[in-house]
Design a protein around this ligand. Structure first.
Ligand code: GLY
Length: 353
């Protein structure tokens, strides 16, 4: 073989072989990986976009796209890196818990080629809700499973029930509880040790294959210290993410309640349907969010006291992101996985409440 191939070709084919093996080991694949057509016959510029915590996700998703993996398989394998990372306290294992100290996870996904959707809400004990959402999409006549039923469903497919509350997340929750109410029986923890904000972290990832097939996924542990049972925008099809294989895919991170009211994932795709570029579509959706925001959440200049971001890719592989205030997002467009600046509506954040 080495007689026939140059050393460079040999190394390249070995790397492709190893990489293709990783595409072949995707659990519950939508379809096995397929050889890509030559670039001259590509219908789209392949791309993966994600929230700023998704640098590893876009790298993984893009690598899988290049190995001929299915579009949804690629983005799910991408966001799973974050779900399994105990150091990301906004997603999956290690996510910050609800007010009772219990980690409840939300996720949803859409698969453009088959026009299917799947979601789970308030899922406990399973590290990778995005994967469970994919199984709802692939194996059921339903779209959305919640709570105990979602967990039982996951266990039936071989997922392991685990304690998702890491030491770090438990400590943050204990501090939050201690400082919640000066009249309760918990003594306040000293200044400087307690939480100053209630983080909402989430990861959204959207991708288009060289054949122009699209998908989206969003996964989160939701608003830290939420009322038990609260689900945000992430598991809601049309809010946390949305895909139309003829048009594009979009998703969101940030304050879920504000996104839910405008169905932001769907709205962003609809803006693209009317001809807007992805970045403009995201900005237009944010303008709608501001219009729909109640006064208590606006500062004296009418600026939202929360953060919200949208990410989008269209069928040709154009992509973009926008936020209320300056921010970053992750993208891989064939050159490298990189962080880029979002477009934004306002220069400086309003003080949060
Ligand atoms: N966007 C995540 C949440 O609000 O739960």
């Amino acid at each position: 073989m080495l007689d026939l191939l140059s050393r460079r070709e040999f190394l390249t084919s070995a790397a492709v072989g190893a990489a293709a093996a990783s595409a072949r080991h995707i659990p519950y694949p939508m379809r096995p990986p397929r050889a890509l057509p030559p670039p001259s016959r590509w219908a789209a510029k392949p791309v993966a976009v994600a929230s700023a915590n998704g640098l590893r996700a876009v790298q993984k998703a893009f690598d899988l796209l290049m190995q001929g993996a299915d579009t949804l398989d690629a983005v799910i394998e991408g966001v799973k890196i974050q779900e399994l990372d105990p150091n990301d306290d906004s997603v999956g294992y290690g996510g910050l818990p609800n007010a009772d100290g219990v980690v409840q996870l939300d996720a949803s996904c859409m698969h453009g080629p088959t026009k299917r959707a799947g979601a789970v809400g308030a899922l406990e004990g399973i590290k990778t809700p995005s994967e469970v959402a994919k199984l709802v999409l692939k194996y059921t006549n339903h779209i959305f499973l919640v709570g105990e039923g979602a967990k039982r469903f996951a266990l039936q497919y071989g997922f392991k029930e685990e304690d998702l509350l890491t030491e770090h997340a438990r400590e943050v929750w204990l501090h939050w509880r201690a400082n919640l109410n000066p009249n309760d029986d918990y003594l306040d923890v000293p200044e400087g040790e307690h939480m100053t904000a209630r983080p909402t972290g989430t990861i959204n990832c959207d991708a288009v294959t060289p054949q122009g097939d699209l998908s989206s996924v969003t996964t989160t542990s939701g608003l830290a210290f939420k009322i038990p049972g609260r689900v945000g925008d992430s598991p809601l099809i049309g809010a946390g993410q949305y895909t139309d294989n003829d048009i594009g895919a979009a998703g969101s991170t940030g304050r879920g309640e504000s996104n839910i009211k405008v169905c932001g994932g769907f709205l962003t795709v609809e803006h693209m349907r009317r001809g807007m570029k992805p970045t403009d579509a995201c900005l237009e959706t944010l303008k709608r969010v501001v219009k729909a925001t109640e006064t208590r959440l606006l500062d004296e200049r009418g600026r939202p006291r929360f953060s919200l971001q949208f990410y989008a890719v269209n069928k040709r592989g154009e992509f973009g992101a926008a936020s209320l205030y300056p921010g970053r997002f992750a993208a891989h467009d064939g050159t490298e996985a990189k962080l880029m600046d979002t477009a934004y509506l306002y220069e400086r954040p309003a003080a949060s409440r």
